[in-house]
Design a protein. Sequence first.
Length: 557
Amino acid sequence: MKQELEIAVATAVNDAFGVDMTVELTRPDEQFGDYATNVALQISKQVGKNPREIAEALADKLRISLGTKLSDMSIAGPGFLNLTLSDTALAEMTTAERSQPLAGQTIVAEYSDPSAFKVLHAGHFYTSVVGDAVANLLEAAGATVHRVNFGGDVGRHVAITMWAILRELGGENPEKLADVPEDQHADWMSARYVEGNTAFEDDESVKPEVIELNKRVYQVIADDDHDSPLAQIYWTCRQWSYDYFDAFYARIGAKFEKYYPESVTGPVGLRVVREQLAKGVYKESDGAVVFEGEPFGLHTRVFINSQGLPTYETKDVGLITLKWDEYHYDRSIIFTDYSQENYLAVVLKSIEQFAPEASRRTTHIPHGMVKLRGAVKMSSRKGNIFRAVDVIDSAKEANKKATGRDDEHAALGAVKYAFLRQRISPEDLIYDPEESVSLEGNSGPYLQYAHARARSILAKLSEQKAGELAGLQPDERSLLRKITEYPEIVQKATNELMPHHICTYLYELAQVFNRFYERNRVIGDGREAARIQLVEHYADTLRDGLTLLGIAAPDRM
């Protein structure tokens, strides 16, 4: 309907004044109508007429072209044109098919990106939730979305952890890994990482051992060695990490099509960087290979170190190359914390020199760090991180304290909504477990309860058929009007890759419904049939919005 109205206004402008333009209607306050446009002010100078005179001429044409679709049209101020839809036209908007402007497009969404041999922290949880919600939006808009995950399974952090593992096992004794209980694999490796990193930072004699072990791990990968004692330890512990990742993703409802480990992307990146070194894109510097970013307003970064090993930069070159070769995407979206913004800018600028489309079609969305309210700065190197499982457990504990129920759905809904309701930005996100589970504020459980409440109303009327939405009373129309905003909000959230718009809308929708329900009976009222349909549309909208956010919409709570 919005698009139809915009076309009608644009046609009226062309017919009356011979001006071709794209019209975008806005939603004014309800008292002024359903849609508004300032097109009369926009073309005033161009056509040499008073804006109000232009608006009056347009109104005359729109009354004819739109006919019964409008119940009122008014001109406000110097020439704002306000349009009010008829009840029938407003009701028709609830049955319109969802627009799919991205149909036929291929989009790669890369998010979460944990490193093997380390524990998942709150930041991984956050980017998993945000990335999943954005991927849902893009799929709903018709795109084919490939959800992928990139992580470090080689590099210094692996060598540090392997150093501590070998010390714990008393040498290269893979058979002793069987002594580690299965449910403790992840925590056991996390503890080894902390031990190894502490030793690396505090004991100079450890550093050469770690450097040598790093080379040996790279050689295990290069030789595809699965038989040597060191290789058996490496591959077993790496698999422990992936099993741990999979279990957590299953718990939060995130799914990935593919993992891209650095052990795979690194060799590809090395090949590409060396090829482009010969062509002058990269340059040698003190035994290393670098990209000089200064001519592009960036900075210089090392892509191959003096030992001939790929840095993170080259592993990302390999990753982007693989994604481009495998998907030939229309768009690739990468979610990381803001600290990687300048780093990725250099990587992408280097790729732009030899694979411009792969680079230009890539969008990096940086986000802030997740911190527990009142907590000190945390570090996986020191072992005082806010783990991903700690986030869920804190929500479950707060929810149990508030409601007496041990509810996983409510805890997950609380955390996801707390993450998603804030605009994605480089600003740090402060997570408050007690606030996230509140049933009285802007929270996930509040909206889950709102949905369950609406379904309970409908359950009492299972044999009653919904009636026609006509002759709407003021509160009914307010609720229906709010419901019809939903497709526009989804489109806005999709265009901006910002799911917080959905959160804001759903909370406002629930508040509008509450006002409606407080002042109007549904069961036993003379307008029961029409109001049942309103409740159905409301509940369906809540469910659809929560689903796009990756939040369960239970029928009972």
